[in-house]
Design a binder for this molecule. Structure first.
Ligand SMILES: [Zn+2]
Length: 339
């Protein structure tokens, strides 16, 4: 069998093979098959030459000639080998398993889509998990994967309705959201477009653009929400290697926004096919600089529990040029010395 019994059945190869033999999944090969596995064509020609027989023909022909000449001798040649193969019964079982797995996957995808349509994100995830547990060998190695990141991403998509999509009915929006989430939930093994109804249409040039815009909007909202934990002012920058962003959205470059006035991205008249996304940088104003002083003085009085948070705050101050490298290193050493 081609899969590794050790890895997938959590039993030793020897034990697994014995079990397969007992339940008739593994059977001994015919003489022809054994000769075929053990010897090369050249080996076979050598045997034929020793017997003064013709050495031309394909490998199966050489084997047939050898057996026809002296079956006992041929049997002796492979008597030291135990060559086994999957029985017809085992092959059937594998085919059936693969068929069942395929059906289960389709069903799980369909069900998760239905849940996503209704906005039930956790139920949709349960469908993925149930399928993985039942059918995927790699389930164990991913058991520690909590899907927090994916759930967060999907929750933002499920709650996005950017103006850039134009006039769109609630029903259409539900469909677009659920379809967009499918590729996140099923790890890009799934094309979002294929989950949209055949007659789905927006004013945009294609459904792919609509999906891209929704994804982009969700991602920007997610990044903003994370920024909110640290600051209320952000600056927009675009990556140097960004070739997708449109001129309209790029006009926002280096502008500073209060989080509550942050423009919705992609902008309503965005022309980028992928949806313009910028990078959001936290901005600290004077008020923050005063706060920075407070953090620095607080740093000298914190207990171990808070050290990690304080260290990351310190790093953030340094990253935003609010303290010098020297100050940063000094405070860091100070904090770490108390661990
Ligand atoms: Zn744009």
């Amino acid at each position: 069998m081609s899969f590794s019994p050790v890895e997938n059945l959590r039993e030793k190869t020897k034990v697994a093979v014995q079990r397969f033999i007992e339940d008739n999944s593994l059977v001994f090969c015919e003489l022809e098959e054994s000769l075929y596995c053990v010897f090369t064509a050249n080996d076979l020609k050598k045997f034929l030459k020793e017997k003064g027989l013709k050495q031309s023909g394909s490998k199966p022909e050489l084997i047939e000639r050898l057996i026809n000449h002296d079956r006992l001798m041929a049997e002796k040649l492979v008597s030291n080998y135990k060559i086994m193969k999957c029985s017809a019964q085992a092959l059937n079982f594998l085919d059936e398993f693969k068929e069942n797995r395929k059906n289960a996957l389709n069903l799980a995808k369909k069900r998760s889509f239905e849940f996503l349509l209704k906005g039930c994100v956790e139920d949709a995830f349960m469908e993925l998990l149930k399928y993985k547990k039942e059918y995927l060998d790699c389930y164990d190695s991913q058991a520690n994967h909590s899907y927090e990141d994916e759930i967060e991403k999907i929750n933002f998509v499920i709650s996005s309705s950017p103006k850039v999509l134009g006039k769109i009915s609630q029903n259409q929006l539900d469909n677009l959201r659920a379809a967009t989430c499918m590729s996140i939930l099923w790890y890009y093994d799934e094309l979002s477009e294929s989950w949209l109804p055949d007659d789905f249409e927006t004013h945009l040039s294609s459904n792919t653009v609509a999906i891209n815009y929704l994804k982009c909007n969700a991602e920007m909202r997610k990044n903003l929400a994370n920024c909110q934990k640290y600051t209320d002012k952000v600056k927009l920058t675009f990556s140097k290697v960004d070739v997708d962003s449109c001129g309209l959205c790029k006009k926002l470059k280096n502008q500073v926004f209060d989080l509550k006035n942050f423009p919705e991205l992609p902008l309503e008249n965005c022309t980028s096919q992928t949806g313009c996304k910028c990078e959001i940088e936290e901005v600290y104003d004077e008020q923050d600089t005063i706060e920075c002083e407070n953090v620095l003085s607080a740093l000298t009085e914190v207990g171990n529990l808070e050290l990690f948070t304080k260290l990351s705050q310190l790093k953030k101050l340094f990253d935003n040029d609010l303290i010098t490298e020297e100050e940063y290193q000094q405070k860091k050493t100070e904090i770490l010395s108390r661990l």
